[in-house]
Design a protein around this ligand. Structure first.
Ligand code: NDP
Length: 331
């Protein structure tokens, strides 16, 4: 079987040379284990942090060892009574063709209800991130004006749509191309959107939300966070989900220059990790499943073919914005 190893730690932006494909022996199955042939795997921005050698909420990847991450595959051998051959499972050993796992570490999924990739996107980790971050962390309620950055990505595209379904008065998104901006407004029902690469994020946000914003869902940090702090109304709330504009920085980046506004406006800025909200998963899947079934949530995926040979490049491309919606690698 072949797997992707971290060849070297990126300094600044990752490149395809940071990844290498290696042969690995497939171990014999022990008791209560499954052998999974991966069908589709996820590349996610948080993986960039794991490529650096520093402690975080997930341990760093090791140079010369395989990477890991979310994947869906088909069970091709099993010594488990509960997970049979032929089952499709969600698990944490992506970046390889074949994975051996304890049956307790896989979740059987129903690929007749939703395609395999949905369990890595809209019904999976990014979906729960959007749902919990918007509703629990930011405490969005009907009538709020909501701004989300990274709005054409896996998490952001769902934040905007959930906000509309929960009665937001106005939903504004930012993204990195004219085509993504068009997609947000024409396909996903955002009230307004702008291309942050046109510059003046603060001015573009003011134009898009002339009466200010009540909730900011931050996927980006930096200039976006500063603009949002300026645009937030009194008692505004911010879910700090990600700061992708800083993940490839090789030196500390400047913070928002307007932090003092947090005081007078009584703002709340709150960071979170999706796993804090694992207990919400059944509620989330029920509600999101309904929205998908009746067409009130729409998703787009960017799927790259080529399995382990394509995964490193797909990760690099994700960081540069090549994706609309969830970025996936198909085997
Ligand atoms: P996306 O699908 O949104 O992909 C990443 C996107 O980030 C790219 O498509 C690109 O789009 C955008 N981007 C890259 N660089 C910049 C930049 N300098 N400024 C603005 N946008 C940029 O990824 P996800 O939906 O999976 O993740 C979105 C965010 O949520 C990330 O920050 C991630 O770390 C975070 N996250 C946090 C979790 C948590 O538990 N707290 C869980 C899951 C995700 P564009 O073309 O618009 O630039």
């Amino acid at each position: 079987s072949r797997e992707v190893h971290l060849a070297s730690r990126p300094s600044g932006w990752p490149t395809p040379e940071n990844f290498t494909v290696a042969e690995a022996a497939v171990p014999e199955l022990g008791p209560d284990q499954v052998l999974v042939r991966n069908v589709v795997m996820s590349v996610d921005p948080y993986m960039r942090g794991r490529m650096d050698d520093r402690p975080s909420y997930v341990p760093p990847f090791q140079v010369g060892a395989p990477l890991d991450g979310g994947a869906v595959g088909e069970v091709v051998a099993s010594t488990s009574d509960t997970v049979p051959v032929g089952a499709h499972v969600l698990h944490g050993l992506g970046w390889r063709e074949l994975a051996v796992l304890p049956a307790a570490r896989v979740t059987v999924i129903d690929t007749t209800l939703a395609p395999a990739g949905a369990y890595l996107g809209v019904l999976g980790m990014p979906g729960l991130t959007a749902y919990a971050g918007l509703l629990e962390v930011a405490g969005m309620t009907a009538g709020d004006t909501v701004f989300v950055s990274g709005a054409a990505g896996a998490v952001g595209s769902l934040v905007g749509q959930i906000a509309k379904l929960k009665g937001a008065a106005r939903v504004v998104g930012s993204a990195g191309s004219a085509e993504k901006v068009r997609h947000l407004v024409d396909d996903l029902g955002f009230d307004a959107a702008f291309n942050y690469k046109d510059g003046d994020v603060r001015g573009q946000l003011r134009t898009a939300a002339p009466d200010g914003i009540d909730v900011y869902f931050d996927n980006v940090g930096g200039e976006h966070l500063e603009a949002a702090i300026s645009a937030l109304n009194n008692r505004g709330r911010v879910a700090i989900c990600g700061m992708i504009s800083q993940y490839n920085a090789d030196a500390p980046t400047p913070g928002p220059r307007n932090m003092a506004m947090i005081i007078g406006k009584r703002l709340t800025l709150r960071g979170f990790i999706v796993s804090d909200f694992n207990a919400l998963q059944p509620t989330f899947v029920r509600e999101m499943g309904g929205w998908l079934a009746d067409g009130s949530v729409r998703t787009q995926e960017t799927v790259v073919d080529g399995g382990v040979d394509a995964a490193g490049q797909a990760f690099v491309d994700l960081m540069r914005g090549a994706n609309t919606g969830k970025m996936l690698v198909r085997f």
